[in-house]
Design a protein around this ligand. Structure first.
Ligand code: MN
Length: 378
């Protein structure tokens, strides 16, 4: 029986993780749940999965009778975070969205725990200080799960190229002139993947693929010159690794996050899912092409930022999250997302982070730069 802790349990990855637990009772059990706040959903999860530990960010919001009824060890705040990331479990599954995942990820790795994570922001922001510990991370991000599986049993020195595929998002064929008129609802309609809001907007700007380049660089310790992106609208091939002998090993499936999440939990074994097989005989086409870097400038910017290294990937991650939030709350139009991020990058001037405190400071100062830029642009 595998015991897991699910952090970000009420989000998209968290709820799908619990669906998998429900499907594989007898093989996996939930020992801890963590969420940013108490909600009806978390209450239902506690009642169904009976974790021993529950962490939420705001203590005042959890009913005392629930703690009593289920004999929970309830944790909160900084001290609670240290505790919830230091449990005797077989695996931590982190599905926290965005930069809120950085601190929990840091502590899980510092506590030398096994980690399966979908939080690319943390992998990117902690990369400079923790990448040596990344070897044992099991990625949940579908492209990185694909690469991880394609690298199994191979030597890193034999990699010629890593290819990340991108569906192209909802605006692949929309003319750039129309980007200013895109509504929040339209941007949240991803053609292939069902995901949380932040990553869905990032997929519409292709920033998601940009962040994934940096994520791949840190996770697989591969130089940027060896990481390519291809647009693949059918989203069946999730990633490919080309080796020095010319062999390409790739990962193919129907696009469904259940597969990479199940793999992260079952690894090194494989468990059944209810995802249908790829219907090769009835595929009318399967395409790959070069991304349009002019239409999606954030993809190019992310790669440049990754190559610059130091604190730039952190600045990019924070600026992007702030810009996406502004768009979601309808304070800026869709076309302004890259404009804001680009300007923040231009102004940022930090050295290489050496410890967690440096990263926190860079993040705080980036927020200040963002506010300044926002005032000047609008
Ligand atoms: Mn992805």
């Amino acid at each position: 029986m595998k015991e897991i802790a699910v952090l970000g349990s009420t989000g998209s990855i968290g709820t799908q993780t619990l669906d998998i637990v429900r499907q594989h009772t007898g093989k996996v059990k939930v020992k801890a749940l963590a969420s940013s706040k108490f909600s009806q959903k978390l209450k239902e999860q506690i009642e169904e999965f009976r974790p021993k530990y529950v962490y939420v960010h705001h203590y005042e919001t959890i009913p005392k009778e629930l703690i009593k009824k289920y004999d929970l060890i309830f944790l909160t705040g900084e001290e609670g975070l240290l505790h919830i990331t230091d449990l005797f479990v077989d695996l931590y599954v982190v599905g926290i969205a965005g930069i809120a995942g950085i601190l929990p990820t840091y502590y899980i790795l510092e506590h030398k725990k096994n980690l399966a994570t979908a939080n690319k922001e943390a992998i990117i922001c902690l990369g400079e200080i923790l990448k040596k510990q990344y070897k044992k991370i099991i990625p949940i991000d579908s492209e990185h799960s694909a690469i991880f599986q394609s690298l199994k049993g191979e030597k890193t020195k034999n990699i010629k190229k890593i290819v990340l595929t991108a569906s192209g998002g909802p605006f692949l064929n929309l003319p750039i002139e129309s980007f200013k008129d895109v509504s929040v609802e339209e941007a949240l309609q991803h053609p292939k993947w069902k995901m949380g809001e932040k990553v869905t907007i990032d997929s519409a700007t292709l920033m998601n693929k940009g962040l994934e380049i940096i994520e791949a660089h840190y996770l697989f310790d591969t130089p940027y010159s060896h990481i390519d992106v291809l647009i693949h609208p059918q989203s069946l091939v999730h990633g490919m690794v080309e080796y020095i002998d010319g062999t390409i090993i790739s990962n193919i499936s129907v696009p469904d996050m259940k597969i990479p999440i199940t793999y992260a939990i079952s690894y090194p074994d494989r468990w059944e899912t209810d995802v249908p097989s790829v219907d090769f005989k009835n595929l009318h086409k399967i395409e790959f092409f070069e991304p349009d870097y002019q239409k999606f400038p954030l993809l190019k910017l992310a790669k440049e930022v990754g190559i610059k290294g130091e604190a730039y990937p952190i600045v990019l991650t924070v600026a992007d999250e702030l810009a996406v939030n502004r768009f979601l709350s309808q304070k800026i139009t869709f076309d302004k997302i890259p404009v804001l991020i680009q300007k923040v990058i231009e102004r940022a001037n930090f050295g290489k982070p050496k410890k967690l405190e440096d990263i926190i400071q860079i993040m705080e100062e980036t927020q200040e730069i963002f506010k300044q830029v926002e005032k000047e642009v609008f």
